[in-house]
Design a binder for this molecule. Structure first.
Ligand SMILES: Nc1ncnc2c1ncn2[C@@H]1O[C@H](COP(=O)(O)OP(=O)(O)O)[C@@H](O)[C@H]1O
Ligand SMILES: [Mg+2]
Length: 703
């Protein structure tokens, strides 16, 4: 055996413990499936109350089996699982698949039962899939194992499939079969007490029969390990995942912009993005992507050519492809020259290449033969809309013949032909996936393309800067003594300063006269903000006066702020902060929020008082590398605003990157912070005009 888990996925003998004579029971169907799939090993039904099951001699216990047993499938009632597992240990069984339910998924009592079983598994150095799972499948003809109780034995294929939900596993397998998509190994991992999705990823990484990995996940055991392992595996084999519960986490009550913006499951998105996993929203998309990856090469780039016999679908395809970030260059002159020798004069000779409605098998063949030589393209999309007069199968045969030997990626579209048409089946049999609509192809290509980009990215480094931790420590200690649990104002600015994050300092004034003096020291223009009483969101309280250019404007602003605050509580005195006005920059937001599953998430985005409306932000799971910071900055929609929009000079991106990394270091050094907002961090073309002008820290435990 090559791998420890081969005992489960490539066993030489299987005991079915809890096999049953009664049709329709899990114990009987599982045994039946193993037999009908023509498993290439020995099978031993185990049941104390039967002599024979399914025409095979049955044994009372696994200990009575005369031969060695590699794998035991366990279907006995939950109370009996532990003893059966112990017997397996005594027998020298190496792998277990526990189908029985009623463990950690049903609450505390079940959890205890699961831990007891797991202890026995570990004591005997066995490995276990489940409990509460649907079983395992290996389609390798050398193995042919279908140890599930479902109705589908999948086709042979190159996809390794990990599913947390047994029901979804069965649904996906049966739909895949209908679509002609095959699997190498299927593992329904259930409660993941021992073997986790991480173990399966590592197994698939080295499995020569698996080229692509599909996952249906509901939660992550240990997100950190998952990221690390998935990242390694993604380097070698593509991983596509549907993660359910996109909106379930919901928005929790958050005190910061960063917290509010992280309401949805951005943690999962960030994790997948960091690990190079392709996330799809629906099972349909899962198939679209899986179909392409399992039968076609990953495109070398994003340049696409569309060849169609109908104008409309060509335009649809073009729109969809461009919207998904694909490029559609013109045909090379040489290609056009060749096409002219046989094409109808109405044909377009552009991209999309519209051969017009009369085009039949021969035109498809000649056109594609010319186009596959064109070095301007990485992917070819033949689109065929079958008119009644043209034989679909003949068209498919000619498309196939023309493109069979190309090293470009080919994804075909047969619009309105209907699933299962002879033409579609023919192309699929040649390994050319066929889609019904061009949008699906565009989305698939863009998903695969981002994976390809991820794979060619540089690995980043975590950077450490010289900082003043003691200063931060003392500010936190001071805050802990107070009720509000937030650090704002000059204390917040001080924390940034201690970590080398450039910030515009605050000068306090408790009279209009002092404010004017401060403004003159700083130099006009200045900004006045309410400092006392401390408010979390100053703008909402009418507490920010910007762009003040003279002594009289400062005096007036002071009075207005005083009025906005109104009557103060006993013991409070009114004061304002006077701050240098940073002009001519782009307001960005840099923040952190704590996700219950993933821990600290760092955020970067377009900042200012409208952040929650714009929602143009990106997240990364802590820790952050320099490469990760670069990608965060690049991935926001407003990125062009930073790189010099409409002739404006570009802002200093290096200082934003450094600020993100310094904040990441602060988050590593102090686990006291629940949420952090630096909003705005004003980014300007000149480094010394890049400054945080407002920050707030929500301290853990005080909220
Ligand atoms: N020093 C400054 N320079 C330039 N603009 C500023 C400055 N301080 C505040 N602003 C502007 O005022 C807005 C609100 O100020 P801010 O201090 O962030 O208060 P809050 O977020 O509590 O409402 C900022 O988003 C920015 O547009
Ligand atoms: Mg602000």
């Amino acid at each position: 055996m090559r791998h420890e888990l081969d005992a489960i996925f490539r066993p030489r003998s299987v005991a079915v413990i809890g096999a049953s004579t009664r049709k329709g029971t899990i114990g009987r169907e599982t045994l039946h499936n193993i037999l009908t799939a023509e498993y290439n090993g020995k099978v031993f039904p185990v049941n104390p109350r039967a002599q024979v099951i399914h025409s095979i001699k049955a044994y009372s216990t696994v200990l009575d089996v005369p031969d060695a047993v590699d794998l035991a499938i366990i279907i006995v009632p939950k109370e009996g699982v532990k003893e059966v597992v112990r017997q397996c240990g005594e027998k020298g069984v190496k792998g277990l698949v526990i189908i029985t339910a009623g463990f950690s998924e049903v609450g505390h009592e079940g959890k205890v039962r699961e831990m007891e079983v797991l202890k026995v598994v570990r004591d005997y150095h066995m490995r276990m899939v489940g409990p509460n799972c649907f079983g395992v499948v290996n389609t390798d003809p050398e193995v042919n194992l279908n140890a599930t109780f479902g109705k589908t034995f999948p086709k042979l294929g190159k996809i390794g499939f990990i599913t947390q939900s047994g029901a979804m596993g069965e649904a996906i397998m049966s739909q895949a079969k209908e679509m002609g998509i095959g699997f190498s190994v299927v593992a329904s991992i259930g409660n993941k007490a021992d073997i986790s999705s991480n173990d399966m990823l590592e197994y698939f990484k080295d499995d020569p029969n698996t080229d692509v990995i599909l996952m249906y996940l509901e939660n992550f055991g240990n997100p950190r390990n998952f990221t690390r392992i998935a990242r390694e595996v993604s380097q070698v084999k593509p991983i596509v995942a549907v993660k359910s519960g996109r909106t379930k986490l919901g928005a929790k009550a958050a005190s910061s912009h960063t917290g509010a913006l992280a309401g949805l499951d951005v943690g999962v998105d960030a994790l997948f993005e960091q690990a190079g996993i392709m996330r799809v929203d629906t099972v349909e998309e899962l198939f679209d992507v899986a179909m392409a990856l399992s039968s076609q090469p990953i495109p070398k780039g994003n340049r696409v050519v569309v060849v169609t016999n109908a104008g409309g679908p060509g335009i649809l395809a073009t729109d969809a492809l461009i919207n998904h970030g694909m490029d559609m260059p013109n045909l090379a002159p040489q290609t056009i020259k060749e096409l002219r020798t046989f094409s109808s004069t109405e044909a377009s000779f552009s991209n999309p290449m519209d051969m017009v409605a009369g085009a039949g098998p021969k035109e498809f063949r000649l056109t594609l033969e010319a186009i596959k030589k064109d070095k301007r393209f990485d992917t070819i999309i033949p689109i065929f809309v079958p008119p009644v007069t043209i034989d679909q199968l003949e068209v498919a045969r000619n498309i196939g013949a023309a493109l069979e030997d190309t090293d470009k990626t080919v994804l075909a579209c047969f619009m309105g032909a209907g699933e299962g048409s002879a033409g579609i089946e023919h192309l699929k049999s040649l390994g050319i996936p066929v889609y019904i609509f061009p949008e699906a192809i565009a989305k698939t290509l863009s998903t695969i393309n981002s994976y390809k980009d991820w794979r060619s990215r540089k690995r980043g480094k975590i950077q450490t800067f010289k900082v003043d931790t003691e200063r931060v420590q003392s500010i936190i200690a001071r805050a802990a003594g107070r009720k509000e649990g937030a650090i704002v104002g000059d204390e917040a600015i001080d924390i940034l300063d201690a970590y080398g994050i450039p910030a515009a300092s605050y000068q306090y004034a408790s009279s209009a006269k002092d404010a004017v003096v401060a403004a003159n020291t700083i130099g006009y223009p200045v900004v006045l903000k309410i400092a006392s009483p401390a408010v979390l969101h100053k703008t909402e309280a009418g507490g920010v006066k910007i762009d003040l250019r003279s002594d009289s404007e400062v005096r007036r602003a002071y009075k207005e702020l005083e009025k906005a605050v109104g009557k103060l509580k006993k013991g409070q005195t009114f004061s304002v902060a006077v701050q240098q006005m940073i002009t001519g920059g782009v307001e960005t937001v840099i923040g952190m929020t704590t996700d219950p599953q993933f821990g600290p998430l760092l955020m970067f985005g377009l900042g200012g008082i409208y952040v929650e409306i714009m929602k143009d932000v990106s997240f990364r799971i802590h820790p952050l590398t320099n490469q990760g910071a670069k990608e965060m900055i690049k991935s926001i929609k407003s990125y062009p605003l930073l790189t010099g929009f409409r002739g404006a000079p570009p802002v200093d991106l290096a200082i934003i990157e450094e600020t993100l990394l310094r904040l990441a270091q602060l988050v590593k050094d102090f686990d006291n912070f629940l949420e952090i907002d630096i909003n705005p961090f004003i980014a300007s073309p000149e480094r010394d005009r890049c400054k945080a002008v407002d920050a707030r820290f929500i301290v853990r435990g005080t909220k």
